[in-house]
Design a protein around this ligand. Structure first.
Ligand SMILES: [Zn+2]
Length: 364
């Protein structure tokens, strides 16, 4: 598609939306706004980054880079310099263990102010440097060039997009949007986003808007990846609110190019394993696991070699995945085995989180 130069851009991110769910809903025509946008544009599938957890994915969307550059590696990870776990809210239990205040600070401020690498450039920084006005609603990888003070004292100021609106905690201007966390399960976070989004479009107050809807992910953890129809319809309504604020679809598309995308999906969990059990007896070793991936850290000199640490995980599973290794020789066999470890660590962590029941469900 060709877009005339000077067209402004709205990037809608619906957290946790799977292609299957979107395509089935478009087929049923149960999402009027997304269906209309798909009919006027193009529809495709994409692959997310790894590990496919919200903070990693949103940092990739903001920077166009993977975790090797933006350095947000996981939902929960070991900070080697500060020698502590950084927890972005993988579960309520994990947040409580890490300290609720610390988790909130890491999630709301630290990820952008301290953890997001200075080697990475966000879309908000790049556009601000080029003289464009940027806006973001609820997007957690928000680092920009404009200083904003919070509405609560304990967070401190942050640098975000010029028009920055973040769960009532930061707001560039008064919009009259309702409280975002008054009823999460009832959709109040996206209702807040929708109100701010309508306010911004009504004023045409940006060159680039990142409009982030997180309630679908929250609902798909609770109801399953393909069952959160009602919430997806609310996401569609929220995008519909932007369109209506511009005076209808034709007027909206005349003013803005639109991209709608997801950050990752969830899949149903069928088998259960706990990766931490394999490392409980290891000295100076720490496992940071969430629903979809795990890191095993060597935290001191007493830790075994990475190769030895990998063995208990790879041994029970590896053989079926190593068919054909003979033909490649012993060295290739070893490399494939290490490769299998990396993949299996991810698989096992998915299963491990499910073993914790509802308390282990990711919230972000
Ligand atoms: Zn997500």
């Amino acid at each position: 598609m060709t877009v005339p130069p000077g067209t402004k851009l709205v990037l809608v991110v619906i957290d946790g939306l799977t292609p299957q769910m979107l395509e089935a809903s478009l087929e049923r025509r149960s999402l009027p706004t997304l269906t209309a946008l798909a009919e006027r544009g193009t529809l495709g599938r994409a692959t997310t980054t790894f590990p496919s957890l919200t903070p990693v994915c949103l940092s990739s969307i903001a920077t166009g880079a993977h975790a090797d550059v933006h350095e947000i590696p996981h939902l929960v990870w070991w900070h080697r310099e500060e020698r502590r776990l950084v927890e972005y809210g993988s579960s309520f239990g994990a947040a409580r263990a890490a300290g609720l205040g610390r988790t909130l600070r890491d999630t709301l401020v630290g990820m952008n102010a301290e953890h997001l690498s200075s080697r990475a450039v966000t879309v908000f920084e790049a556009l601000a440097d080029a003289g464009f006005e940027t806006a973001a609603v609820n997007f957690t990888a928000y680092r920009g060039r404009t200083l904003h003070r919070p509405s609560v004292p304990f967070l401190g100021p942050v640098r975000g997009p010029e028009q920055f609106y973040f769960y009532n905690l930061f707001r560039a201007e008064k919009t009259g949007a309702p409280l975002s966390f008054r009823n999460r399960a009832g959709g109040s976070v996206d209702a807040y986003a929708a109100a701010v989004g309508r306010w911004l479009v009504t004023r045409d107050g940006f060159d680039f808007l990142l409009f982030y809807l997180s309630d679908y992910d929250y609902a798909s953890h609770a109801e399953g990846p393909d069952a959160a129809d009602v919430v997806l319809r609310r996401s569609d309504d929220a995008v519909g609110g932007l369109v209506a604020a511009a005076g209808g679809l034709d007027a909206f598309l005349e003013r803005y190019a639109v991209i709608v995308l997801s950050d990752h999906g969830q899949t149903a969990v069928r088998d259960v394993a706990r990766i931490g059990d394999a490392f409980g007896h290891e000295p100076d070793t720490l496992v940071a696991a969430s629903n979809r991936a795990a890191h095993v850290y060597r935290t001191g000199d007493g830790a075994a070699s990475p190769r030895r640490l990998a063995e208990p995980v790879v041994r029970p599973h590896a053989r079926p995945r190593l068919v054909g290794a003979d033909a490649c020789g012993e060295q290739a066999h070893r490399e494939r085995r290490l490769d299998a470890v990396l993949r299996l660590l991810g698989d096992a962590a998915v299963q491990g989180a499910a073993a914790g029941g509802s308390g282990a469900r990711a919230q972000l």
